[in-house]
Ligand binder design. Structure first.
Ligand code: ARG
Length: 279
């Protein structure tokens, strides 16, 4: 929404509020570190068709808060985690309000430029995604891990052949399963559901990024064990997380990359790593 339109709406709202009752409309300013969207996205602000977040002053950010420690739903029901703290710090540098919308991981890329301006979701840079979006500079190195029941005999990529493997839909773990001979991907919208089905014996293994795997591994440590996918037995490739940006918006890309570089240089980035990821 354009600033003039907001101002007009605000004036009208006050005028009508004045007619009805005595209650003062006071809480109209927004705190950029607190403000987040709802699951349905009803209160997402900003004019996505307009001049863009740098002009509107609102950065609409999509995430999928099912990926601890990068993003998860906090005790207050709002998305929390490393990525959320990082994008809010970037928003502060850019002087824009950050509004977070929690959505399915698989719809993030397609929503950039319409429902959301950018996405931060532990998202790996891939060539397929690069056809649809641009990426910021990378901010974190990752690799897929394999979670199996504690008593499983699976210990190598070969052992995954023909198995039923739980993944989060549309993730790089999902793409890896496509290349495993005779394996079936059991696709979940929430990674935790895949892990629960592993515990229930409905899937033989779960393939998911290292840090969430470690979180789940710790949470269910008596029931599961983890394999580092980078080990010789599995041979998965390193991945790099970046913020997904609208294709061709060089100004936004430069602003985001400059902010990221500043946060790395001034130590904020490392503080957030220590706070949320711990290694
Ligand atoms: N790194 C993987 C990918 O890009 C998984 C990311 C999942 N993130 C999430 N917030 N659920 O495909």
């Amino acid at each position: 929404m354009k600033k003039a339109a907001i101002a007009l709406l605000f004036t009208l709202t006050l005028a009508f509020a004045g007619c009805g009752d005595k209650e003062e409309s006071t809480n109209t300013t927004t705190d950029q570190t607190e403000q987040t969207g709802t699951e349905t996205g009803d209160d997402v602000q900003g004019d996505l068709e307009g001049e863009g977040p740098l002009v509107d002053g609102v950065l609409n950010v999509g995430t999928n808060a099912e990926f601890p420690p990068f993003e998860f739903v906090g005790d207050d029901g709002e998305p929390d985690g490393f990525d959320m703290a990082l994008i809010k710090a970037i928003g502060e540098k850019l002087g824009v309000d950050v509004v977070v919308e929690n959505m399915e991981f698989d719809s993030l890329v397609a929503s950039i430029g319409s429902k959301i301006d950018v996405a931060i979701a532990g998202m790996t840079i891939t060539d397929e995604r690069k056809n649809m979006v641009d990426f910021s500079d990378e901010y974190y190195e990752a690799v897929q891990y394999v979670i199996v029941p504690a008593d499983s005999e699976i210990a190598s990529a070969k052992d995954l052949e023909g198995k039923n493997i739980g993944v989060q839909l549309g993730t790089t773990g999902d793409f890896i399963v496509e290349d495993i001979k005779d394996a079936t991907a059991a696709q979940y919208n929430k990674a935790v559901d895949a892990v629960n089905d592993l515990r229930n014996g409905r899937v033989d293994a779960v393939i998911i990024d290292k840090n969430p795997a470690q979180v789940f591994g710790e949470q269910f440590k008596d029931e599961v064990k983890l394999y580092d996918g980078e080990s010789a037995e599995f041979g998965f490739e390193k991945e790099y997380y970046a913020i997904a940006l609208p294709k061709g918006d060089e100004e936004l890309a430069k602003s985001v990359n400059d902010a990221l570089a500043e946060l790395k240089a001034d130590g904020t980035f490392d503080e957030l790593v220590t706070q949320y990821i711990g290694n």
